[in-house]
Design a protein around this ligand. Structure first.
Ligand code: SF4
Length: 221
């Protein structure tokens, strides 16, 4: 059975807004449609939502933003709550690891980057240089090309997805690109999770891989 990632990993959209400007940004579409912000490029926060981190579970904290743009007090508060709730897993993503320096990250904060194409691969090195933490992950979504034999050392979990929606210039992931990425990830002992659209539109249920790490499984028990 194919799992929807949202059944396992809950979004806490305490921060809404981002100025990276990705062509395929779904968060901006949602924010504009529901009037969640006046100006998406200037993030706003409802810090009380972070209190949900107290309940054990796996939470994605950057579904409507990018943590590089968070005010320090927002990030500090989320880290404080994670330290108080060691069974919880908090997942953070950025596309600008070069603009962040962090060296006091709780062990249950999983810090990661998004990579969509070869031009993004610098983020892998930058993530590990600028953000010192126990658990790194990478999201390859939307996957736009075969990334080749990339270095996934110290990366513990990867998510792979294809572009959704119908925006102009849409690129569908190809099965051979995903197969190659899976082969590389296996060499590095990474856990792998295919988003449901990737399974249904590209890989097929018979090839589905939807793994979580032991810490994530523990948090969901
Ligand atoms: S980094 Fe994420 S939130 Fe920011 S514009 Fe790109 S897709 Fe949207």
């Amino acid at each position: 059975m194919v799992v929807c990632i949202k059944d396992k990993i809950k979004n806490i959209n305490a921060v809404i807004g981002c100025n990276i400007g990705c062509r395929y940004c779904y968060a901006k579409v949602v924010a504009n449609r529901f009037g969640l912000t006046k100006n998406f490029s200037k993030p706003i926060a409802d810090i009380h939502k972070l209190e949900r981190l107290r309940k054990p579970g796996v939470y994605f904290l950057t579904g409507m933003s990018d943590f590089y743009i968070w005010e320090k007090q927002w990030l500090d508060k989320s880290f404080e709550l994670l330290r108080e709730s060691p069974k919880t897993v908090g997942i953070y993503l950025t596309k600008a690891p070069n603009k962040i320096k962090l060296d006091d990250v709780p062990n249950n904060a999983w810090m990661g980057v998004t990579i969509t194409c070869k031009n993004d691969l610098w983020r892998l090195k930058s993530l590990k240089e600028n953000i010192k933490c126990k658990n790194y992950h990478v999201t390859f979504e939307p996957l736009f090309e075969d990334l080749g034999d990339i270095d996934l050392s110290n990366i513990r979990w990867i998510v792979i997805g294809t572009e959704t929606g119908n925006c102009k210039g849409k690129i569908d992931a190809q099965k051979e690109w995903v197969d190659h990425l899976v082969e590389v990830a296996r060499r590095y002992d990474c856990k792998i999770f295919f988003k449901e659209e990737l399974v249904h539109k590209v890989m097929g249920e018979e090839n589905s891989i939807q793994e979580l790490t032991d810490e994530m499984e523990d948090a969901l028990r």
